[in-house]
Design a protein around this ligand. Structure first.
Ligand SMILES: Cc1cc2nc3c(=O)[nH]c(=O)nc-3n(C[C@H](O)[C@H](O)[C@H](O)COP(=O)(O)O)c2cc1C
Length: 235
């Protein structure tokens, strides 16, 4: 294991939102899940379970339900760029991995702490392990957030997932269709902005917080509109 190799993998991984239709061999899906299983979790609670969905009808129903959330969200938050955030990648991915988090495991976490957050953090770490594993296998992924809205319940009911599980994210998995992605005009700003990362000297403080690096509210606002992938002026 060497640092350069790891850094290369971390840097090479990118969210891909268009997939080729080629099926993903079962053993590759298993390898991705095997990596997820080894992720760290709060208290080693391992609150995750995964539903692997490949059936086209089920995927279509799930994707439709999820896109409906974004339509409603757009109504409530017009400046959010739903053209890039909407989840069309779910429709084309040959495999959808539904990440379920067993809320009962929160009992393992100290009462003093925000247990709900610890659960979510654990699920996020495992999702990232999946992404890195997929990248190393030449596969593509992109998070699809569904928490906080009706699709979460709909996906649960569609797949028979008991209520005790939270379903925050779905991880589509497949071979990247880079050509299709580069032609998609809605994804263009995403592709341009996503690789941007803040410089190390801006984000690291030694010994104490360096007030000289503190970003004003205006700086942050500016950053949101010029660097993030979901707040992009629509004109
Ligand atoms: C917690 C979390 C939630 C995300 N949710 C979504 C999502 O719902 N839809 C989507 O297209 N991308 C989603 N993303 C992907 C980010 O937009 C993406 O990681 C970011 O723009 C950086 O681009 P990169 O992954 O290509 O490096 C999410 C990422 C994280 C970590």
């Amino acid at each position: 294991m060497d640092y350069e190799g790891l850094l290369e993998l971390i840097r090479y991984r990118r969210s891909v939102r268009r997939f080729r239709s080629d099926p993903v061999p079962g053993e590759m899906v298993e390898k991705v899940l095997e990596a997820a299983r080894h992720a760290p979790s709060a208290g080693n609670s391992q609150p995750w379970e995964f539903v692997v969905v490949e059936d086209p009808e089920t995927k279509k129903k799930m994707s439709r339900s999820i896109v409906s959330l974004y339509k409603e969200a757009k109504r409530r938050d017009p400046t959010f760029n739903f053209k890039v955030a909407v989840q069309p990648h779910l429709f084309t991915a040959p495999v959808l991995i539904v990440i379920c988090g067993d809320r009962r495991l929160q009992e393992a976490y100290p009462v003093l702490l925000r247990r709900n957050v610890l659960l979510r953090q654990s699920l996020a770490v495992c999702a990232y392990a999946m992404q890195l594993a997929a990248t190393s296998l030449g596969l593509a992924t992109a998070w699809a957030t569904i928490q906080g809205g009706p699709p979460e319940a709909e996906v649960r009911s569609l797949l028979g997932i008991p209520d005790v599980y939270t379903v925050d994210h779905i991880m589509p998995l497949g071979y990247p269709d880079t050509e299709k992605e580069s032609k998609d005009r809605f994804l263009r700003p995403v592709k341009q902005r996503a690789p941007f990362r803040r410089a190390l000297q801006e984000i690291v403080h030694y010994e104490h917080y360096d007030g000289g690096k503190f970003r004003t509210d205006e700086n942050v606002e500016e950053f949101i509109w010029s660097r993030t992938v979901t707040r992009i002026p629509s004109h």
